[in-house]
Design a protein around this ligand. Structure first.
Ligand code: VGL
Ligand code: ZN
Length: 246
């Protein structure tokens, strides 16, 4: 039952709760799935991270089951007025590529001026098919595509700040200018670009919720468990698509 008490308890949660207009049957359905669902508002934005050919099966840095989330992302997107996409967008010979460091292999690390860098297979090179958004991604109403990682000497997992933690991509300003204050994240990879973007969203003052079943991770060396721990510590909320009324 949605007593006023329960409403009070839930007041701080994201998005608006679908309360008014529930039929008896809908109310029961909501109760069975663990309570009322969140409905995205006009101040919420869905941030779709790096759903690109390189990160899906057949790509050079393929994330396991990376293509399986695409139908879910397409459906979730219909429930959001505002959607922003990102594209990992590296120069040839990018500093994050193992091939740019003689003697190094993919998934090893190296020290760079901004910190420890994991070295990757070549991926998402500007203007190549691998950098294209996946052909099954269908979000025609997306309002912005933000590219990142385009400086040869600096990586950017995050959609908000490059790997030095201070060079802005411009997304913070864009969202603030448009009055958007809360970000729902989906896409690839949970433990790298999704996690860094979610934590930086908090750092920039936004609410951040990761829809976990609409993400897939790389999980190199325990990175997935660490990413969730770090995200929760930064105030990122971990939700499921079934928590949303979309
Ligand atoms: C990503 C590794 C390297 C990602 C991008 O999208 O998570 N991961 N570049
Ligand atoms: Zn990259």
């Amino acid at each position: 039952m949605l007593t006023s008490d329960r409403r009070g308890f839930l007041k701080g949660t994201a998005a608006s709760l679908v309360v008014a207009g529930f039929t008896g049957a809908a109310r029961v359905a909501a109760a069975q799935t663990g309570g009322p669902k969140m409905k995205p508002t006009a101040q919420d934005v869905l941030l779709v991270i790096d759903v690109q050919n390189c990160f899906t099966p057949g790509g050079s840095l393929a994330v396991k089951e990376g293509d399986q989330i695409i139908p879910l992302i397409n459906r979730l997107a219909t429930g959001f007025e505002h959607v922003v996409l990102t594209q990992d967008w590296h120069t040839p010979g990018h500093v994050s590529f193992a091939s740019s460091h003689p003697g190094k292999k993919p998934f090893e690390t190296t020290q760079l001026p901004y910190g420890t860098q994991v070295l990757w297979p070549d991926h998402c090179v500007q203007g190549t098919p691998g950098a294209d958004l996946h052909k099954d991604l269908r979000i025609p109403h997306a309002e912005l595509i933000i590219r990142k990682g385009y400086r040869k000497q600096m990586d950017s997992y995050s959609a908000f700040y490059e790997a030095d933690g201070k060079t802005p991509t411009g997304l913070t300003g864009y969202l603030k200018d448009r009055g958007l204050n809360q970000v729902f994240l989906v896409g690839l990879a949970t433990d790298f670009c999704v996690a860094w973007s979610a934590m930086d969203a908090r750092k920039a003052g936004f609410g951040a919720l990761v829809i976990e079943d609409a993400c897939r991770g790389i999980d190199a060396d325990g990175s997935l468990a660490k990413a969730w721990k770090d995200m929760l510590g930064a105030g990122v909320k971990r939700i499921k698509s079934s928590d949303l009324a979309v």
